[in-house]
Design a protein around this ligand. Sequence first.
Ligand SMILES: Cc1ncc(COP(=O)(O)O)c(C=O)c1O
Length: 475
Amino acid sequence: MHLGAKPIIFERAKRMRTNQTSSERLLWEAINGKQLRGLKFRRQHPILTYILDFYCHELKLGIEIDGDSHNEEQQKLYDQKRTELLNAKGITIIRFGNQKIQNDLEGVLAEISAFTPPIPLKGDQGVKGAIHAVLTHGQFINGPQVDQFARSLEHYLGAKHVIPCANGTDALQIAMMALGLKPGDEVIVPAFTYIAPAEVMALLGLQIVWADVDANTFNIKPESIIASITPKTKAIVAVHLFGQCADMDAIMDIAVKHQLYVIEDNAQSLGSKYTFKDGKTVSAGCIGHIGTTSFFPSKNLACCGDGGAIMTQDDELAQRIKMIANHGQSQKYHHEVVGVNSRLDTIQAAILEVKLPHLDENNQKRAQIAAVYDEVLKDVPYIEIPQRTSSSTHVFHQYTIKVKDGRRDEVQAKLEAQGIQTRIYYPMALHQQRVFAHMEAKSLPVAEALCREVLSLPIGPEMDEIKSLFKGFKW
Ligand SMILES: Cc1ncc(COP(=O)(O)O)c(C=O)c1O
């Protein structure tokens, strides 16, 4: 008989008690380390039913650790009552002595594991199942799905390290912090892209240096990078816009020659692959020193909210990135550098884990839709269909055409009347935005012209037949 047993019930989201015995603490840490169902536990409360209903309605296992009893009779009664209540709730009790925990922790864990299956990492009913799995274990922050998804994305990309974070903008900021960029350092960024990289540069006090882009690929132009380099230049942001990679052969050559860091902003091209002139093929985001991405709901790999990730092949950088994303600490409450709070929610990670295996298939569907658009648009004299480079695959985050002769508004209105909604990415180049008006004026003719010509047509894996939409359409 386990007289004076101290029952411990796993609960989902409560704090570890501070006055735990060493056996409790040992077990608590081991259970968390093994990521077993039931994340924390606490001593049984006298108001047993309340505790059970409130905290343990999903739990099926209670653990008791032997202790000393002051009143055997009372303890017996208490044990009996508790066991009845727990049984009525369908909760099994297993008991361990202090000695067993201290001397045979692995054995104890094995017994617990037999009762508690590991937290289900894959939602067996798709996204809903994945969300349910997280709701069940309740580890909403840094739950096991976050790590699981990071490993899956590493595998998918062939990346050495993937560090999830809260969104693609944070990913860029953390990347720049991890590279040790300091106020006044110059970073070259394309003027025709989303504002995120320039925004975080401004926040970090970095000197934004605008580069122009290639008129055909919309990506940063190597010649413009070269023309922008000064002794203060420290890094280049290569944005892989709309679904295909920037000219990474040239960019990496420039970076090596001038000893610059390369950050790949891969928010729009996850799944795209770049083939170097020597035949080597690498996933977008895994070429430069650091890659970043976003899982914003419109992205090719989308979660149901905000999400992002950072990739690197460098062990030391990976450690720094992890630390910066987590308040600058590698150990709780030991802060080594200035960091930020940027985490991918467990629910979002669980959703992404379910969706990642479909990314290639979805990207292929996008490419098929793009091919149909090509067919429909190729003979319209004032429209240029998106050009593909031979060095990169295209995952068509956007299908962006150029409408010449000042006819964009007219085309947009006609398409709208046909039920085809279009968008303009981007209507104004970054160097012309009011927020950057204090900076020295610079002429970037290609970026400026593109802002007058580009038009993005709807594209996504969920779209079916689109040819019929254009039936009878008069260009
Ligand atoms: C090229 C690019 N970089 C960065 C971001 C920022 O990502 P997030 O919205 O997740 O912060 C985006 C998002 O639209 C983007 O398109």
